[in-house]
Ligand binder design. Structure first.
Ligand code: ATP
Ligand code: MG
Ligand code: MG
Ligand code: MG
Length: 449
């Protein structure tokens, strides 16, 4: 009696670490030079999210369109990946991982080897065989499915997705993670028995996307879109309204119609759906894209199934992209002020930052209490395990560290000052989303968080 049950292997893998990260030890090289001015001097375009992310030590540039994704951003990205996994698996998606080296032979069969032109990164192996670095994986996934022989209708719909690096030699890489030459994408490919079934699957993925963006607190416009080089019949883009967006959207003032200008007759201002409303133009960042592909790829690669009459038929496909790294940067772009980063609550790299007083100050005695509170929060609230950092740079004033914390956008900052020396210590809590400041006891803190 009295012994805790022995942790199982699963427990020990899934439980986040309980150690207390110290700000002085985090690899987050803040760069207070004016990144915007520097880039403008080199003739490059920048935007708010790129500038803030570079200054805060969230990303660091390497080659054009390529970035070091630094530890805080990796934490945030891992959270986004988990959310996307939840939404994709909830509708039946199964995660896999396909090679980035894609053989030219596959891409020649779909005729995209030539069509993709300079956007494709091409290379040869030691035997002279040609490859590209995958910019998207319709060919690969359809070939994978075809290699399994004829499926049964009972195995469909099949929804396979991955979250991997994609490579595109963009003509104008810019705006940090918003348009890289190397970036993370979630790409899902679906296989169905009929056009009707494929439309049903299409709808359920669109719903999953809408759920994801609403959980992130991002207001998205779903617009009709061009099917471009992917090919297919029906397509929507998920656009985040923003001034620096590179897509132009037309939204009807009277009905639900909205479209990318690329799909419409140029110059059109009257709504093609309701015929009464006027189309208003705005700008957006494309964070997701859905396509109903029909049998374009399944026909070429022979991805077939046996139908209910036991006759072979070609599968109906869809493909569904989400820009993982682009969503992070786009969220920062639309939520932040010019000086301070704001994250969707679920994606902040750390949820809470605890600030002990300056070393040698009148209230120095509560330094130990700061550490205790930081550890206590992680223990009392499972959702905060591993999410609390201690800003131990106590040679700096509280004011300077508060400013840093505001710039980095921790959702909650807990500072220890005079009131923490009282018999029942109270802590200053700043909620960054609302700017509200409160003085709370330990219990009050637990209730709030
Ligand atoms: P864009 O019009 O911005 O060039 P795209 O239409 O070429 O994007 P898709 O082929 O539809 O992109 O890819 C799916 C998703 O991948 C996009 O909706 C976007 O969120 C993301 N994405 C595409 N290109 C990039 C890039 N260069 N950097 C970051 N994310 C990207
Ligand atoms: Mg593109
Ligand atoms: Mg596009
Ligand atoms: Mg697109």
């Amino acid at each position: 009696a009295g012994h805790a049950p022995k942790p199982t292997l699963v427990d020990s893998i899934s439980r986040p670490s309980t150690h207390l990260p110290l700000v002085s030890r985090l690899f987050q090289p803040s760069n207070l030079r004016d990144v915007g001015q520097e880039s403008r001097a080199q003739g490059e375009m920048t935007c708010k999210s790129q500038r803030l992310m570079q200054q805060a030590g969230l990303i660091h540039p390497s080659n054009p369109g390529c970035y070091y994704i630094l530890p805080a951003t990796v934490r945030s990205m891992e959270k986004l990946v988990r959310l996307i996994d939840q939404e994709m698996q909830r509708i039946g998606g199964q995660k896999l991982d396909m090679p980035s080296l894609c053989s030219a032979e596959l891409w020649r069969r779909s005729e995209r080897w030539d069509l993709m032109g300079k956007e494709l990164f091409r290379l040869r192996d030691r035997h002279g065989a040609e490859y590209c670095l995958g910019p998207t994986h319709e060919e690969a996934v359809t070939e994978l499915l075809a290699s399994q022989g004829t499926l049964s209708y009972r195995q469909l719909p099949l929804m396979l997705y991955q979250m991997t690096r994609k490579f595109r030699d963009e003509p104008k890489p810019r705006f940090g993670l918003l348009r890289g030459r190397e970036f993370y994408m979630k790409d899902m490919y679906t296989f169905d028995v009929s056009e009707e079934a494929a439309y049903h699957t299409y709808e359920s993925v669109c719903q999953a996307y809408n759920r994801l963006f609403s959980r992130l607190g991002l207001r998205i416009v779903q617009v009709q879109a061009d099917t471009g080089k992917i090919g297919g019949k029906l397509s929507h883009e998920f656009q985040l309204p923003a001034d620096i967006g590179e897509d132009r959207l037309l939204v009807c003032g009277s009905c639900s119609f909205s479209a990318n200008v690329e799909t419409m007759e140029p110059g059109r201002t009257d709504c093609p759906q309701c015929q009464v409303g006027t189309l208003v133009e705005s700008k957006g960042i494309e964070v997701g894209h859905t396509f109903y592909l029909g049998t374009k790829y399944s026909h070429i690669f022979n991805a077939t199934f046996n139908n209910t009459q036991n006759k072979p038929a070609v599968t109906e496909m869809g493909c569904f992209g989400l820009g993982v790294t682009r969503i992070l940067a786009a969220a920062i772009e639309v939520m932040s002020t010019e000086e301070a980063i704001r994250w969707p609550g679920l994606l902040a790299p750390y949820q809470v930052c605890v600030l002990p007083p300056k070393r040698g100050s009148k209230v120095d005695e509560v330094a130990g209490l700061s550490e205790e509170v930081a550890l206590f929060l992680g223990e009392a609230l499972p959702s905060l395990r591993g999410e609390v950092v201690l800003d131990d740079r106590t040679q700096m004033t509280i004011g300077k560290r508060l400013k840093d914390a505001s710039q980095l956008g921790y959702p909650y900052v807990v500072a220890l000052g005079q009131k923490a020396t009282e018999e029942i210590p109270r802590f200053e809590v700043i909620c960054q989303q609302t700017g509200e400041t409160m003085f709370l006891s330990r219990d009050g803190l637990v209730d709030l968080l």
